[in-house]
Design a protein around this ligand. Structure first.
Ligand code: CTP
Length: 413
């Protein structure tokens, strides 16, 4: 009932001759063993878009591992076999990798758990995928090389620039697909269909079954290719921002905060970008800053959250005008926390924080312990206090020279 679509010409135009050669050979070897082999997923999508897909995913109706081993042998590559999953990765001498999968259906024992594998056919393999545009295959069989397998009308959806999930449980089975969906919307300028966004809405509670590691990994892929402001706004629009990042809020200021971060020439170097961007979502409201601890992974990230929260509460207490007095409360607070507090604070406070950070970083001691001894002070724990109060006076520019410092110290004799 469907028109027969063949993409052989597109394959031959878009893919390099050695890849076409490789695919033909895989198809022939499979056919000789009474198996069927297909390219599948992203590569087929990219071919239909007129783009060159780099990853080669092969699905085999039959024995994927044996076909992988034959391919490795024929091209003098190596095969890395995963018997339990019926998969293998072949690495060719050129470094190119080809993934082989035995056509299968995955039965999820619990949502987001590891799949249990059983054999079945290509249609079921396609049915367990994320979006219709990623659920197409092209045959490698020599007698119908390039025939498009498109049970779920992916090609039609692509023409309409629609991103559509295959069934209502797709996001429940794998909630990371929500982030993938946003990534594909932006990459291809597609738009999710109405039911797709409704399914996302109903799947929000399944997000809690994902590990934070998986969420962060997928979030990083999203950041790598999409505009973070747009992606996060979309997550909020879909109603699942808080499901992925508990306690995060999208308010009217969020965009400004994010832009403040993205445009800053001084983004903290020792923190991963995903963390910094996420942290911005918690910075628009002093009450939510603490909630960012849930998004923090490492000790360092947690400490930045805590210190930022502390700084913001200090600024809320009163209006500060002495850098020296401020120093006595925050001398141990990190530069990163000062950076984030400045992003969250109003203009005047931000100016104060950045001035403090700048001056603190340039602070060079005018005196040391020997100078104090030489000045006639008895050595002891008070030395530290003297030197610290000197720092405070330097920050307030009450003391700028060594002589002034010595004069100040002598008052303590
Ligand atoms: N897939 C899926 N659900 C996921 C991840 C992947 O259904 N959570 C399926 C899709 O059919 C996808 C294929 O596995 O096309 C390959 O996944 P991947 O390599 O991650 O993505 P691509 O679609 O190839 O996209 P990209 O171009 O970003 O690699």
């Amino acid at each position: 009932p469907h028109e027969r679509v063949n993409v052989k010409t597109q394959m031959e135009t878009l893919l390099s001759p050695d890849v076409v050669q490789l695919l033909k050979m895989i198809g022939e070897t499979a056919a000789a063993e009474k198996m069927n082999a297909f390219i599948i997923g992203g590569m087929v999508r990219d071919i239909l878009l007129g783009q060159k897909g780099e990853d080669i995913d092969i699905v085999v109706e039959g024995d994927g591992i044996s076909l992988a081993e034959k391919t490795a042998h024929r091209f003098e590559g190596t095969a890395d076999v995963h018997e339990t999953f019926g998969t293998a990765t072949v690495t060719l001498p050129s470094g190119r990798r080809v993934d082989f999968t035995t056509s299968r259906t995955e039965y999820y024992e619990t949502p987001a758990a590891l799949p249990t594998v059983s054999r079945s056919n290509i249609k079921e393999d396609l049915y367990r995928r994320d979006f219709t545009m990623n659920a197409m295959a092209a045959s490698l069989h020599p007698s119908h090389f390039g025939d498009l397998i498109d049970y779920f009308h992916g090609r039609e959806d692509m023409k309409k620039k629609t991103l559509r999930v295959l069934h209502n449980l797709s996001f429940v089975e794998d909630p990371t697909r929500i982030l993938r969906g946003i990534r594909f919307e932006q990459r291809f300028q597609f738009h999710m269909s109405k039911e797709t966004t409704a399914f996302i809405h109903y799947s929000a509670s399944a997000v809690s079954s994902l590990s934070r590691t998986r969420i962060i990994a997928e979030f990083q892929s999203l950041l790598k290719e999409a505009d973070p402001v747009q992606s996060l706004a979309r997550l909020d629009e879909l109603g699942v921002l808080h499901a992925f990042f508990p306690g995060a809020v999208w308010t009217r200021q969020t965009k400004d905060v994010l832009k403040g971060y993205l445009d800053s020439p001084e983004q903290p170097k020792d923190l991963p970008e995903w963390f910094c961007i996420l942290f911005c979502l918690y910075l628009t409201n002093p009450d939510t800053v603490k909630a960012a601890e849930a998004a923090a992974f490492t000790k360092k990230q947690k400490s930045v959250v805590q210190s930022t929260s502390f700084l913001l509460s200090l600024l809320n207490e009163k209006e500060w005008n002495s850098l020296g007095r401020f120093h006595s409360c925050v001398s141990r607070v990190s530069d990163e926390a000062l950076f984030f507090a400045a992003i969250a604070a109003d203009k005047k406070q931000a100016g104060f924080l950045l001035q403090y950070r700048e001056k603190r970083s340039k602070l060079k001691p005018l005196l040391n312990g020997h100078d104090l001894k030489a000045a006639g002070l008895a050595p002891g724990p008070d030395f530290r206090d003297y030197l610290f109060s000197l720092e405070q006076k330097m920050l307030d520019e009450e003391i700028t020279t060594r002589d002034e410092a010595l004069h100040y110290i002598r008052q303590h004799e």
